[in-house]
Design a protein around this ligand. Structure first.
Ligand SMILES: *Cc1c(COP(=O)(O)O)cnc(C)c1O
Length: 792
């Protein structure tokens, strides 16, 4: 670590003692772990605040980018911030001198789980990369007082409870009461209070900002109602306001939930637009002609797309900009990232709800829709073709259409995904505006996903390369290629893997009460539970393997631990059924002397960023088995690769680019490709597979023959029906045999320890292009047109 002046050990020690005293009123000897955590965090905050303010000032002098995202899956802050500041070792030493264990203190931090999955984690990686690269980017989002939910597994079933991540306070943000915005709905006014989170780059003085809005009532309670002893009524406005930033993706199966989601989106969009416009006016006055010269925004999926309408409303109604001029500014200001082609994820809002909550926003949507239709008519489109482009239909606003029409750039998140958007899903738009379409393959930050979570491997890499520069320039890892025939290097690489597996085993024992053997093969599938991700295919494969072992106890396979981690969305019944099924299969295998000690299944609960940081480094195989064409990119696949783990996957999303980079011979690609599925889909009959393949029949029959118990929920029959009666939408049965063959090859190859180690090394050394630094550089150069602004 060079260039940045660091705190010395004495001031770290003094800072901890000072904050223990003023914040918690305790001495070091009396302090609880969480109090120590707060004290060290505040010590670091104190250290960085000047640089942080400096950075904001510096950025405000030029062009800036704004990342608008409903999700930021940040995980823990302390360890990452210490690494990025180059203070980790100093703090560890200070703690040792004070008889404290830094690791233990890191473990008390709650994850900031303000996201759901990959999209939210991507936003977190992006803002960290931007800070490291000294790019003027600000993130805007919502400060959910509870994240998604905490998952427990009870009797094999997923249960959910609130995720009270703020219970020990929140040292890593600063509330800015003087920058509050008032947000107006037709039936209520609320306060949007910004909480600024410092985003600390690696080896730089620059500190970027993530601004999260918290919703509060204008008044704490109604004094007169309270005085009348109407206590519930007195605080009802407050509760209603606070509900808006309470949870991510509230259940929207009923209208009340839909309204709440729409309020959330408008709340954070409106607050962010007002904030950006206020800042612009402070420097450039009321003339908006230079607005798009100094500002650019990225919509992370459609959740913040209502920002476009709010931006137009402010310019037209409050700033008196002429409509068409405002639209031209908006067209330069906004850009849109598409994250999925799943139809149910393309947001459409009922115009009745929009009209009820903010009627003016609906009028503006109509006006933009008219502008689009005029343009299409002029270009000679007929009314039938125009219908597919419409932003407003008879009953809905289509948010993706709005984002594409107004957005200056539209990007997909991996090469295949962008091609599918261009040639299929959004082909009409692509023909209209080919110049808008771009690809930006996702990435992950090497700081959190290697340097922090795998210090053992990091140190080894630094030793081999003779430099730590790879942390900032991941392409340097390519230099590891030259060790591919070096037995000592390969052995050491596998020793580190063994050590990380042992650490993971200890953590699983502590968290799940389950023993897993670190000398077994760790086959890991961790990601949100979704049918397209096909955890069910993996489960059916394992069930078949169990039967194969029973049939032939001499079958030659390495001792294997199959690890799953996944949250199922609370309203997604089938996904919850799959969680239960995986746990039932685990129980079946554990209860049978023939399979015990040969294969094991463990479902780790409450999969999240901090758990992920233990799972990726302790893996032997990365399972990425989505139905081809369905996983836009994936980023979990990249985290495995960066921790030297081969991919077992379909030809989908970024798997394709991963395998192109590290070599098909170093990974396991199987199954139908997009073209195959296109050909098959109109005459696919899963029942034929059931009839003709006895292994498939055997596992599917197990779902309903009473061997597995779903506790009377009907879950397993539902899964059975999904596969046989509803046409197996995700082509599990068509890929089953190909999966099996590919996994047999894995087991065969794993016998040759040296060859296996070479595959691991090839994945590590070719992972450079999957750094989010590379992705962010492309956004900066090709969409945002912003440049580094270094703080001196
Ligand atoms: C990386 C990550 C994801 C995304 O995983 P995919 O396999 O790409 O879906 C989801 N959740 C967490 C906690 C992650 O760290």
């Amino acid at each position: 670590m060079k260039g940045v002046k660091k705190m010395d050990k004495q001031s770290i020690k003094e800072g901890v003692k000072r904050y223990l005293k003023v914040k918690h009123g305790v001495t070091l000897e009396e302090a609880k772990d969480y109090e120590i955590f707060n004290a060290i965090s505040l010590t670091i905050m104190e250290e960085i605040v000047d640089n942080w303010n400096e950075t904001s000032k510096r950025y405000n002098q030029g062009r800036m980018a704004y990342y608008l995202s409903a999700e930021y899956l940040m995980g823990r802050a302390l360890g990452n911030n210490l690494i990025n500041l180059g203070l980790y070792d100093e703090v560890k030493e200070v703690f040792n001198e004070l008889n404290l264990d830094l690791n233990k203190i890191e473990e008390v931090e709650e994850d900031a789980g303000l996201g759901n999955g990959g999209l939210g984690r991507l936003a977190a990686c992006f803002i960290e990369s931007a800070a490291t690269m000294e790019m003027p980017l600000v993130g805007y989002g919502i400060r959910y007082s509870n994240g998604l939910f905490k998952q427990n597994i009870e009797n094999g079933f997923q249960t959910e409870c609130e995720d009270n991540w703020l219970k020990y306070g929140d040292c890593w943000s600063i509330r800015k009461d003087d920058e509050v915005q008032i947000i107006t709905f037709s039936d209520m006014k609320v306060k949007a209070v910004p909480y600024d989170v410092p985003i600390i780059g690696y080896d730089t003085k620059n500190i970027n900002t993530l601004r999260l809005w918290q919703c509060e009532a204008l008044r704490e309670f109604d004094f007169n109602l309270f005085n009348n002893q109407q206590y519930i009524e007195a605080v009802s406005a407050r509760n209603k306001a606070e509900d808006i930033s309470r949870v991510l993706y509230p259940n929207d199966t009923a209208e009340a939930g839909k309204i709440l989601r729409l309020r959330q989106q408008y709340f954070f969009s409106s607050a962010s637009m007002k904030d950006i416009i206020k800042k612009y006016k402070a420097t450039y006055g009321n003339d908006f002609s230079d607005f798009a010269k100094y500002n650019v925004a990225q919509l992370n999926d459609t959740h913040p797309t209502i920002s476009i309408l709010e931006f137009m409303r402010i310019l037209v109604d409050e700033e008196k900009v002429e409509f068409n001029t405002a639209l031209d500014i908006a067209k330069k200001f906004f850009n849109y990232t598409n994250h999925t082609i799943l139809a149910e994820a393309l947001e459409k809002w009922d115009i009745r709800l929009i009209e009820r909550l903010f009627p003016r926003i609906l009028q503006i949507a109509y006006q933009i829709n008219d502008a689009l239709i005029n343009e299409l008519r002029q270009k000679g489109y007929d009314e039938g073709a125009i219908w597919n482009f419409r932003i407003v239909t008879n009953d809905q606003i289509r948010m993706a259409n709005l984002a594409i029409y107004v957005g200056s750039a539209v990007n997909g998140v991996a090469a295949l995904h962008t091609e599918i958007l261009k040639n299929k899903e959004l082909n009409n738009w692509y023909n209209l505006y080919p110049e808008k379409f771009q690809n930006k393959t996702n990435g992950i930050t090497p700081r959190r996903w290697l340097r922090l979570c795998n210090p053992e491997l990091s140190e080894f890499i630094t030793e081999l390369l003779g430099t730590e520069e790879w942390v900032k320039d991941l392409s340097i890892l390519k230099g590891l290629d030259k060790f591919k025939d070096n037995d000592e290097v390969l052995n050491n690489l596998m020793k580190i893997k063994r050590e990380k597996k042992a650490q993971l085993s200890a953590y699983i024992r502590q968290e799940e009460g389950v023993e897993v053997d670190p000398d077994s093969f760790f086959d890991i599938q961790i990601k949100r539970l979704h049918e397209y991700k096909r955890q069910l295919l993996n489960a059916l494969y394992i069930l078949d393997l169990y039967y194969r072992i029973k049939e032939n106890p001499n079958i030659e396979i390495p001792k294997t631990t199959f690890i799953f981690g996944a949250k199922a969305f609370p309203g997604y019944r089938r996904a919850k059924g799959i969680v239960k099924l995986i746990n039932e299969i685990a129980k079946l295998i554990d209860g049978d002397p023939i399979s015990v000690g040969r294969i094991k299944v463990v479902f780790v609960h409450n999969y999240r960023v901090s758990y992920a940081q233990k799972l990726f480094p302790g893996s032997d195989l990365s399972k990425q088995i989505s139905t081809a064409g369905k996983e836009a990119s994936g980023t979990g696949n990249m985290k495995f690769m960066l921790n030297a783990t081969p991919t077992f996957g379909t030809y989908d999303g970024a798997n394709i680019e991963i395998v192109n980079a590290s070599g098909e011979e170093n990974n396991y690609i199987f199954g139908l490709r997009v073209e195959d599925i296109e050909k098959l889909k109109n005459n696919y009959n899963p029942k034929e597979y059931y009839r003709n393949n006895p292994c498939i029949k055997r596992v599917i029959d197990t779902l309903i023959n009473g061997m597995l118990n779903d506790g009377g929920t009907g879950y397993f029959e539902d899964i059975y029906n999904a596969l046989l009666e509803e046409g197996d939408q995700y082509f599990l049965l068509a890929d089953f045999d190909l999966f099996k063959k590919a996994q047999d090859k894995v087991f065969e190859d794993y016998k040759d320890k040296k060859k296996w180690a070479q595959k691991c090394l090839a994945n590590l050394s070719n992972s450079g292009e999957f750094s989010s630094d590379r992705t962010i550089k492309q956004y900066c150069d090709e969409i945002w047109h912003i440049e580094p602004a270094k703080v001196q």
